[in-house]
Design a protein around this ligand. Structure first.
Ligand SMILES: [Zn+2]
Length: 312
C-alpha cells in the first residue's frame, strides 16, 4: 500500500501544471484566454493576464504570449483545436512579465516577435538578456509551471512610428501612442477592418489598474488616442469586457484620481496624508483595490506634484 502511494505521488509530480485554458470567442476570428482578476500566485501560475489570438486565412497572430512557456504551449494546443494553423507573429504589448514569458515557446515554433523598446532595453536585446530566474513570475509560480521558460529577444522593435503588416488578409497596425503611460513603452494593436483594438495594460477592466511604472497623465492621453480610433471591440490586458464601452470605467477612475490629487496638492495636502484624502470609496469593492489603490494615489501624487510645477 505504501509503495502504491509513493507511485501515485511520483506520477503527480511529473505532470505539467495545467492552466485549464479555454479560448473565448470575442468577435469573428478574435479569441482570448482571459486571466483571473487577481495578483500572480503559485495557484494561478500567472494566469491573471489576457492572451489573445487573431485567426487569419494563413496563420494565427498572438497578442501577448502569457506568463510561462507551459502556458503558451497549452494555449497553442487549444488554438490548434479551432484550426490547424501556425503562429506567425507574436506581439508583446509591454514589458511586464505576465504578458510575454510565453514568447520562448512561440519563437521555437518559428514565430516573429514584435514588441516595445523597453523590452529590448531591459529584458533582451541583441547583446543582452536577463536570466529567467530574475523575473517576478519565476519567483512566484511553481517549477512545473515555469519549466522550459526562456528569455528571447524581439525580431522587430516598435516605437511611435506605427508598424503595419498584412497577414492572411488581415491588416495589423502596431503603435506606441504616447511616450509613457502604463510603462515607458506600451503598444496597441489596431485591426481597422475588424474595428478592433488591443490596448494591453493601457486599459484594465474587472479590476483596478497598477500605475507603479507609468504616468497618469500619459495613460489618460493614451486612452484619448484609442478613443479616436474607429472601434467596436476593445480588448484589454486584464479583464473580460470587450465592447465599445470597455475603457469608460478605467478612464473614470484615473480622471477622478487626477482631479482629486491635483486639488489636494493645491490645498497643500502633503504626501503623508494624500491616501487618506483620496480614498475614492466608490471603487472600494473593485478587485485589487486593497492591494493597489493607495499605491496608485501615491504614484499620481509624485507625478502631479511635478506636473503642477511645470504648469505654473
Ligand atoms: Zn502591465
Amino acid at each position: 500500500m505504501r509503495g502504491f502511494g509513493l507511485f501515485v505521488l511520483t506520477l503527480v509530480s511529473l505532470e505539467a501544471f495545467d492552466y485549464q485554458l479555454a479560448p473565448q470567442k470575442v468577435t469573428e476570428d478574435i479569441y482570448c484566454f482571459f486571466g483571473k482578476p487577481e495578483m500572480i500566485t503559485k495557484e494561478n501560475g500567472g494566469n491573471m493576464v489576457n492572451s489573445c489570438f487573431v485567426r487569419t486565412e494563413e496563420s494565427y497572430v498572438v497578442i501577448d504570449s502569457g506568463p510561462t512557456h507551459t502556458y503558451a504551449k497549452q494555449a497553442y494546443e487549444a488554438m490548434q483545436k479551432i484550426a490547424s494553423l501556425p503562429v506567425k507573429y507574436v506581439i508583446t504589448t509591454h514589458a511586464h512579465d505576465d504578458h510575454w514569458m510565453g514568447n520562448s515557446f512561440y519563437k521555437q515554433q518559428g514565430a516573429l516577435l514584435i514588441g516595445p523598446r523597453e523590452y529590448e532595453q531591459s529584458i533582451a536585446g541583441k547583446a543582452y538578456s536577463i536570466k529567467p530566474e530574475e523575473t517576478r513570475i519565476s519567483q512566484i509560480v511553481s517549477k512545473e509551471a515555469f519549466a522550459g521558460t526562456e528569455i528571447v529577444a524581439l525580431d522587430q522593435v516598435v516605437g511611435e512610428t506605427s508598424f503595419k503588416f498584412k497577414e492572411g488578409g488581415v491588416d495589423f497596425e502596431v503603435k506606441q501612442p504616447v511616450s509613457k503611460a502604463h510603462t515607458t513603452s506600451d503598444l496597441i494593436v489596431y485591426l481597422p477592418q475588424k474595428k478592433a483594438v488591443f490596448t494591453g495594460d493601457l486599459v484594465f477592466n474587472d479590476r483596478l489598474t497598477s500605475m507603479r511604472d507609468g504616468s497618469i497623465v500619459g495613460n489618460l492621453k493614451a486612452i484619448e488616442m484609442i478613443e479616436a480610433l474607429d472601434t467596436e471591440t476593445i480588448i484589454t490586458g486584464h479583464g473580460t469586457q470587450t465592447d465599445s464601452h470597455t475603457m469608460d470605467h478605467h478612464k473614470a477612475y484615473q480622471s477622478q484620481m487626477k482631479e482629486e490629487v491635483l486639488q489636494a496638492i493645491d490645498e497643500g495636502v502633503g504626501m503623508e496624508k494624500i491616501t487618506e484624502v483620496v480614498p475614492m470609496e466608490k471603487y472600494q469593492n473593485e478587485a485589487m483595490y486593497d492591494a493597489l489603490h493607495k499605491r496608485n494615489v501615491l504614484d499620481a501624487y509624485a507625478e502631479l506634484e511635478m506636473y503642477e510645477e511645470e504648469e505654473e
